[in-house]
Design a protein around this ligand. Sequence first.
Ligand code: SER
Length: 314
Amino acid sequence: MQDRILVLGAGGQIGTDLVDTLREDYGTANVVATDLKEPTPAQKEAGPFEQLDAQDGEALLALVKKYKITQVYHLVAMLSATAEKMPMRGWNLNMDTLFTVLELAREGHLKKVYWPSSIAAFGPTTPKQNTPQHTVMDPGTVYGISKLAGELWCDYYHKKYQVDVRGLRYPGLISYKAQPGGGTTDYAVDIFHKAVANEEYQCFMGAETTLPMMYMPDAIKATIGIMEAPAEKVQLRTSYNVAAFSFNPQELYTAIKAQKPDFKMSYAVDERDAIAQGWPQSIDDSAARKHWGWQPDYSLEQMVKDMLAQLSKA
Ligand code: SER
């Protein structure tokens, strides 16, 4: 049977890139984009789009039936920095939408579910270097708590109800098609927009705050990779560590400056630096590599070159 895919949060940073790639792989008509926000003219033209509040389980079920959906990629979330400003709304959004999708799968409406976790699921006493797959997890943000709880619920639904749910702990993601919204790692995207506009960038993250990061083409490769892996290879149903490279703002600035020598950056560090201080600096993703063959393509230098080139075209 032809797989038919529904993406929740299709207008977000990951969703924008993921929908494009899924449509190349599965055919435009087989990938339904949904988002809380009204579609842009470009989204309407690109393929099937439905405006949807992912907290509305009945509306979601109606779409699953209408399009004969077999897989849902659940990308709805309130990110770390925003959720700190409205903790209960962040928790409710992140958890309610997950349960809605897991329940649809438990009831037999879906064959497969994708749900993203994050490095935010780790915490201040997690080993920061080469953070293992299995280690201390004591997240200090509402977003991180929702990711850790979500991981455990995914595992529970898999064990108890045989729901085929798969997930990744994304590092900070860098992309040019859509802006991130309200995350701690947003600086690593914002900086490129300023560099390309020949403007100075004021960085909210401390110069030496190192975080694991990944270029979006690798994140999409990992996401579709784990979803297409044979079920028996996906041995962990919480979420897999995945990694590409790590840097701090000073190192990213240096890499951009190598391409754009006049680029200037100053600092106005805010509360997002403290959130980042509680996250890992580098990630051990050997389980993902071993179990289902994950491997990134982009280095920091390749990512910087491609980001600058892509944004300069716009
Ligand atoms: N990039 C996300 C954030 O900063 C973490 O998953 O919130």
